[in-house]
Design a protein around this ligand. Sequence first.
Ligand code: FAD
Length: 403
Amino acid sequence: MSNATVAVVGGGLVGTLNAIYFAQRGWNVNLYEARPDMRLPENKAKERGKSINLALSERGLSALRATKLGLDKLILEASVPMYARMVHVGDKQMSQAYSVHGEYINSVDRARLNDLLLNIAEKFENISIYFEHQLVMIDFDKNILSLKTGSTEHQSSIVKHYADLIVGADGAYSRTRGQMMRRMRMNYEQEYIDTGYCELSMLPKLNENGESEFALDPNHLHIWPRHTFMLIALPNPDKTFTCTLFMPFDMFNEITTKEKLLEFFSTHFPDAIPLIGQERLIDEYFKNPRGSLITIKSSPHHLNGQAVIIGDAAHAMVPFYGQGMNCGFQDIEVLHQVLDHHGITPVLTKKMKNQLEKALTDYSNTRVKDAHAICDLAMYNHYEMRSAVTSLRYLARKGIEGW
Ligand code: FAD
């Protein structure tokens, strides 16, 4: 009997790491990604609207480390440690350490992390990566995926591929999840918040010797909390900061001219204007897209022994706990621990298929409640970051998790 095939839908952060885990288990892996290969320079410019950098915490690092490929070290070499929050209130800056033991979170470049995972994945002989393959349908009677190939309407065609197991890592608007829901009683809940976000950037400044340096302290996650809205800034290894303005959509809609934008920033974030620069602020505020923020809870995460969803496909969360990717990475570590526990091998005999179904049931039983809990914590941190971090009482209790 030949080794089993797993179809991983979505070559984002979670799907690609999961492909590596299955390859290490000896499965044949087909990784399907709807977009073209984002590592190619001609495609880089198309990557707009997604957060540029993310906070990587121990939850995610643990899953990278468990591959024993040194992924955690590779990623950390290209990241900036953030030991504390820096809260900007008025003309004061207050540093709030994440841990009394010196623990820290890491600012990582999303695209770089994805590229690195894809580079590692493509070194495995048992992983085939299919770019521009968008899942459109799954026939669960035969476990056959229909995928639309090609980038334009004229060139596209539908191909059909079989898989013993399908793993949906295709993000918050997951087609895999949608297809599963047609076949099973999956509970599903989604909630948009009225806050959206817009990314801005802060270039390095020149010091008196003419050398470039970070415009703000690089080992902090900077926050300008203003109750109903806030600005944050995370450092990048190239000495820039990526800033994100989180604000109700109504407020975004009211700021329609550059005069209104400058007045708004002068009132609420005056210290940020010279750091970002007026021209850049105006250009990026009006050019960059507004992102929306959604919480998604689903239960269970699997269908028989045939399919399972992980990452945002199973549990999208608002970003204020900085745990979406970390939690998705942890899904993979937990899933493979469960598969190990059930002795799942790549050779899927009838008995092993039954065992796989039990394993996926166990996975849903353990993971769903954790995923729901972290979605709720992320929502709570929305309030905490906008408001509570400014209170003195808050300073008495600090934690390493979250932004
Ligand atoms: P995605 O990143 O959405 O990837 C899904 C992939 O599937 C994509 O490549 C997509 O093209 C592909 N795809 C979609 N549909 C199909 C289809 N039909 N067929 C084939 N392929 C398909 N998380 C953190 O841990 N720390 C942070 O600090 C943090 N900050 C954030 C800040 C913001 C502003 C936002 C919005 C999110 C933040 N997150 C953070 C969350 C994090 O970005 C997500 O949790 C993470 O990207 C989820 O990864 P994923 O691989 O599950 O999904």
